[in-house]
Design a protein around this ligand. Sequence first.
Ligand SMILES: Cc1cc2nc3c(=O)[nH]c(=O)nc-3n(C[C@H](O)[C@H](O)[C@H](O)COP(=O)(O)OP(=O)(O)OC[C@H]3O[C@@H](n4cnc5c(N)ncnc54)[C@H](O)[C@@H]3O)c2cc1C
Ligand code: FES
Length: 273
Amino acid sequence: MARIELVPRPAIIQHIIDESKDVKSFILEMQDGAMLHAVPGQFIEVSVQGIGEATFAVSRLVTAKKQFIVSVKRLGHLTKMLHRSAEGNLVGVRGPYGNSFPLDEWKGKDIFIIGGGIGLAPLRPVIDHILSHRKDFGHLDIIFGARSPQDILFKDDLEKWQAAQDSVLYTTIDIPHEGWEGRVGLIPAVVKDVNIKPDNRIAVICGPPVMIRFTVAAMKDLAWPEQSIYTTLEMKMQCGIGQCGRCNIGEKFICKDGPVFRLDEIPAYALIE
Ligand SMILES: Cc1cc2nc3c(=O)[nH]c(=O)nc-3n(C[C@H](O)[C@H](O)[C@H](O)COP(=O)(O)OP(=O)(O)OC[C@H]3O[C@@H](n4cnc5c(N)ncnc54)[C@H](O)[C@@H]3O)c2cc1C
Ligand code: FES
């Protein structure tokens, strides 16, 4: 095993953003000043000393400042401890690992991004890339679904995406909420409602497995071929480098062959929790 890859390197928490009641974004910088050379879709392992480590998508690269962001939903022990961290604290970072979204292959196409909850985190660098290489891509549609208005993430980004050239953002919440005048409904229903056609278009989906499964079903009803749909999968991981055997689907490892997959590359059961 390439053990050097398993040694975490110290990174400083430069800034913390409260995104919602249970999601914080951590703006990190390697302590030695090195750049994290991640590409959209890749993930890192973040450790808190004495507690353990967990897997997070890189939710933004701020290349000019050699900074990178992870957006963390509080769930269990490690994520609770991360949420209790303060600016200036150190965490361990391994990676980046995994494959990436084939953005070069998508040049010239319209792009349809569908993110549910914290599933928007790995998709944000894709949107960043499209908006900073606007002429390389066609029309951009984004559906973002959150449970309630309080769960809406990346609010400043949503405003920018809404105002961006040749882009449409559909933000939806699961059930009606006092004071919310926007769209209400689960993502698969919104997908059917907006009925975006697959012609010369790529769709990218990330969210909880149940959301991915029903969204894919809705898209198939709209005649989307599997070859035009990409997703990024999650599973409890350990090594992140294809060595421990914790994350396989058939012969593929999510950590090494993924986490980004085209739908026709994975068996249907990969979308079942
Ligand atoms: C490729 C990849 C990218 C990810 N990106 C992000 C991200 O950008 N932001 C983010 O907040 N989270 C992300 N996750 C999920 C994150 O790794 C888990 O939330 C984290 O490991 C939970 O650690 P914990 O110690 O706090 O909770 P634990 O105590 O380990 O778990 C709490 C509960 O959550 C379940 N759980 C833990 N991890 C997962 C998982 N990966 N999938 C499904 N259920 C899980 C456990 O089974 C348990 O029921 C990603 C996971 C993967 C594999
Ligand atoms: S996490 Fe160890 S093999 Fe994938």
